[in-house]
Structure formats: C-alpha cells, structure tokens
Design a protein around this ligand. Structure first.
Ligand code: SF4
Ligand code: SF4
Length: 97
C-alpha cells in the first residue's frame, strides 16, 4: 500500500496560498511544531469552568475523565489566549526549551 503523504516535499508541491483543498484533513497538519510558547495547566488552580476550551481558536483543548482541561500540543500554536482567558490563573505560558 502506498504511504500517505503528509507534507509537501518541495515548494512545487505547496498549494497556491497554502490553501487546504481536501476537507477533513486538518488533523494531519500538526500546527504545534512552530510554537514558541506552550501552556502549562495547573490542576490545583483549575475550577473546571471550560473557558479555555471555549476560547482556544485551535480547538485543541479537551476535557479528561476527571473534568480537567489540557491542550493537545500537536496542535496548540502557543497563542496564549487560553492563559489570558483563564481568570483563576491556572494556565501559564512558558517558552519552549
Ligand atoms: S479556563 Fe482555567 S479554570 Fe477554567 S477550565 Fe480552563 S484551566 Fe481550568
Ligand atoms: S495557547 Fe492558544 S492554541 Fe494553545 S491551547 Fe491555548 S488557546 Fe489553544
């Protein structure tokens, strides 16, 4: 079976305007690779309100079985919106090492 291609191998393979033409393919594009900062979630301060989940523009925050929220770092771009919106101060942005 032919291996599914994930990334363009040279610039001629890149779609004009970086458009994604195939619907439902966003999961293949791991947009967290160029993140400069990452969110760290402190469960001891989290009141499980879900605001971070609502405001994350990437839709990469999900709730675990205990009700706490975490970011999927394969897709988090490090924008810091979750940390800005979390009024209990449970999210801290730290520089990628
Ligand atoms: S916004 Fe903050 S307090 Fe609310 S669920 Fe997210 S991390 Fe927890
Ligand atoms: S830093 Fe931005 S992309 Fe990452 S989890 Fe927070 S809101 Fe989402």
């Amino acid at each position: 079976m032919e291996k599914k291609k994930k990334w363009p191998e040279d610039w001629q393979d890149v779609n004009p305007g970086l458009m994604v033409f195939r619907p439902g393919s966003a999961r293949e594009y791991q947009t967290g690779s160029w993140r400069a900062d990452r969110p760290i979630f402190d469960e001891s301060k989290c009141i499980r309100c879900g605001l971070c989940y609502i405001f994350c523009p990437e839709g990469c925050i999900s709730q675990d079985e205990r009700g706490y929220f975490h970011a999927d770092l394969d897709y988090c771009k490090g924008c810091g919106i979750c940390a800005h919106e979390c009024w209990s101060g449970a999210i801290t942005m730290v520089e990628e090492g």
